[in-house]
Design a protein around this ligand. Structure first.
Ligand code: GLP
Length: 246
């Protein structure tokens, strides 16, 4: 896993967007596995701009999302369905038939997880996975302790993650569970880009990059990945080289 450090959020986002756009231009039928959160917003903005300028087309690409809250209807304002539509899928030339987001409102969530994992497999597997990182090192909704051999499944969110995400919900209460693509599925992606910005990610970034590869720090799994790159702004990189990784 290598790290690229950029002076600020905009530069980091532009570099990540350019890397994704380049990949899709080389292979228009690329399969992308994508994150939500505040971190990728700049990347999505630039990808939308590039698409509008005609510099990249997503018409042949396939999209999967990493996760969704369990129990939310797809039109819930805090759902990742709505987030992706508003910030990316609704603004580009994507084919709706090739956009997949886990159905958090599925009557049988376990069956939904199996269906989702099978759809990723049927697509030929993920070419480019873009990740954010939680303050506790989670990727997707794979919280610390998530087995490296896990697949798409229902997970219980940690209290700290629910607190961080609470502001998106009425009464400041985030759902207790979610569907997330598993660690093994992420690891099998041919290329992984992990984006981090802000000092509140510095500790997790340092642990992921400089600490031991361990299920207690999910992002550290990328240490074993042949093509994983961390895209960091200077704030997110501020904990590197200080022996804080532990
Ligand atoms: C959420 C998402 C993750 C995301 C992370 C960081 O819980 N499930 O996929 O990477 O939190 O979000 P942010 O970029 O807002 O810090």
């Amino acid at each position: 896993m290598r790290a690229r450090i950029f002076p600020d959020y905009e530069a980091m986002s532009a570099a990540a967007a350019d890397a994704v756009a380049r990949r899709v231009s080389e292979d228009p039928s690329s399969v992308l596995l994508l994150p939500t959160g505040t971190t990728p917003l700049g990347m999505y903005r630039r990808l939308v701009d590039l698409c509008r300028l005609g510099d990249v087309s997503f018409a042949e690409a396939t999209f999967f999302n990493l996760d969704e809250y369990l129990g939310l209807l797809p039109d819930h304002p805090a759902s990742y369905h709505v987030y992706m539509k508003e910030h990316f899928y609704g603004l580009i030339d994507a084919d709706p038939a090739r956009i997949f987001v886990p159905d958090g409102a599925a009557l049988d969530p376990e069956a939904e997880c199996e269906r989702y994992e099978a759809a990723i497999k049927e697509s030929g597997g993920v070419d480019v996975c873009v990740l954010g990182i939680g303050r506790n090192g989670h990727i997707g909704f794979n919280e610390p302790g998530a087995p490296f051999d896990s697949r798409t499944r229902v997970v219980t969110l940690s209290e700290s993650t629910r607190l961080v995400n609470a502001a998106d919900f009425e009464a400041n209460r985030a759902p207790e569970r979610a569907i997330t693509v598993g660690m093994a599925t992420i690891a099998e992606s041919r290329e992984v880009l992990l984006l981090a910005s802000d000092t509140n990610k510095a500790k997790a970034v340092a642990a992921a990059l400089e600490g031991e590869v361990s299920e207690s720090m999910p992002a550290s799994m990328l240490g074993h990945h042949p093509r994983a790159t961390l895209f960091l702004d200077e704030d997110a990189a501020s904990g590197l080289g200080q022996g804080v990784a532990g």
